[in-house]
Design a protein around this ligand. Structure first.
Ligand SMILES: Cc1cc2nc3c(=O)[nH]c(=O)nc-3n(C[C@H](O)[C@H](O)[C@H](O)COP(=O)(O)O)c2cc1C
Length: 368
């Protein structure tokens, strides 16, 4: 596949995000690569992988757990909750900055998507409603358990975990963090009017369903400054067996509540024809990053048009960056894009991770 961005394409223009000028508006979407060490320290190869992709206006890292109990949906996903993790993330930040890149770390709690065989602990969520999915554990596929509903005290503890992880990310030299409130993980589960059946201050009305994500954004913004905070949402996205009858109200309330904070960006994973996109786009006056859902390959023509019209501030693309470390160069030149290989998305080791060739390496292959 090829696509040539026009010379005057808005996607190739710099954009100011949270007071920083980024070189272009084609961001790297967060991509879990399951190559972390058993103690959730990012892989030693991660610095190379991310530095290779420093041409992205902004790199958003793979989802990263805010505590040990926040992890456990997949084997070998990283964390940001101890000194060893922080040290490895610091090496990654340094490598990306050395190549002129900018990077935010995506922070998550996996909620009801955790399996005890992976997490080593109990599976929790807003309400005892299981995801009808199988987890890939070290000993085979197993159904996800019915989660235990979190107490309000535990919710406050998780808000504090996000805050502490964000502090570590910035102390590691990262440019900021993205709060993961999308794709069926804990914060998205609270936003949903189907999965969240609580009757306390965190369930029921759209305000109540938006409360947990709002509190996390506020706490993290207070800790590291709003200009270092992004938020990812995916209204109506069915990942993680998630469903929402009302795809709009809780998100509108969430955006109302956080609007005055002035965070770096709102990142929406949505098909632009969904009614929720128009509703939220009209409402959000800040920087808006769009990523289209995973069934649809990035349509660069659509993204270019939306950026030219000022509908979006930037586009985030996932698999195209996974397979093309020099994606911006290729889109500028209209060069053939490497095809991503799904068999190595979640495989261990360097294959399919740090060995996708750049254009110049194709012209002059790496020596053995
Ligand atoms: C291998 C893989 C890993 C992913 N990991 C994450 C993740 O950690 N956090 C997240 O928010 N989305 C994750 N996603 C979703 C992507 O960010 C993105 O929304 C999706 O791939 C669609 O964009 P694309 O067509 O440009 O790839 C992942 C997708 C893929 C293919």
């Amino acid at each position: 596949m090829t696509f040539t961005l026009r010379e005057d394409s808005a996607l190739l223009k710099p954009v100011t995000v949270g007071g920083r000028t980024l070189a272009n508006r084609v961001f790297m979407a967060p991509l879990t690569r399951t190559r972390a060490e058993a103690d959730a320290t990012p892989s030693e190869l991660a610095a190379t992988y991310y530095a290779q992709r420093a041409g992205a206006g902004l790199i958003i890292s793979e989802a990263t757990a805010v505590s040990k109990s926040a992890n456990g949906a997949y084997l070998n996903t990283p964390g940001m909750y101890n000194d060893r993790h922080q040290q490895r993330w610091a090496e990654i930040a340094e490598a990306v900055h050395a190549e002129g890149g900018r990077m935010f770390v995506q922070l998550w709690h996996v909620g009801r998507m955790a399996h005890p065989d992976i997490s080593g602990g109990e599976t929790v969520g807003p309400s005892p409603v299981a995801a009808d999915l199988m987890a890939r554990t070290a000993t085979g596929k197993k159904p996800l358990p019915v989660p235990r509903a979190l107490s309000t005290g535990e919710i406050a503890g998780i808000v504090a975990d996000f805050r502490a992880a964000a502090r570590r990310a910035v102390d590691a030299g990262m440019d900021g963090v993205e709060i993961h409130s999308a794709n069926g993980y804990l914060l998205h589960e609270f936003l949903s009017d189907v999965v969240n059946r609580r009757t306390d201050a965190y369930g029921g009305s759209p305000q109540n369903r938006a409360r947990f994500t709002a509190e996390v954004v506020e706490a993290v913004a207070a800790e590291i400054g709003p200009e270092r905070v992004g938020l990812r949402i995916s209204p109506g996205n069915g990942a993680g067996d998630m469903s929402e009858v009302d795809e709009v109200s809780a998100y509108e309330l969430l955006l109302c509540r956080i609007a005055s904070l002035g965070i770096a960006y709102l990142h929406v994973l949505i098909e632009p024809s969904q009614p929720a996109f128009a509703a939220l786009r009209t409402q959000w006056e800040g920087t808006l990053v769009l990523n289209t859902p995973r069934e649809i390959d990035s349509d660069f023509g659509l993204l270019e048009n939306l950026a030219d019209w000022g509908v979006i501030s930037a586009a985030a693309v996932g698999r195209a960056y996974l397979a093309n470390p020099d994606l911006i160069d290729r889109l500028t030149a209209g060069a053939e894009l490497n095809e991503p290989d799904p068999t190595t998305f979640y495989a261990p080791g360097p294959a399919g991770y740090i060995d996708y060739p750049t254009l110049s390496e194709l012209a002059e292959p790496r020596s053995a």
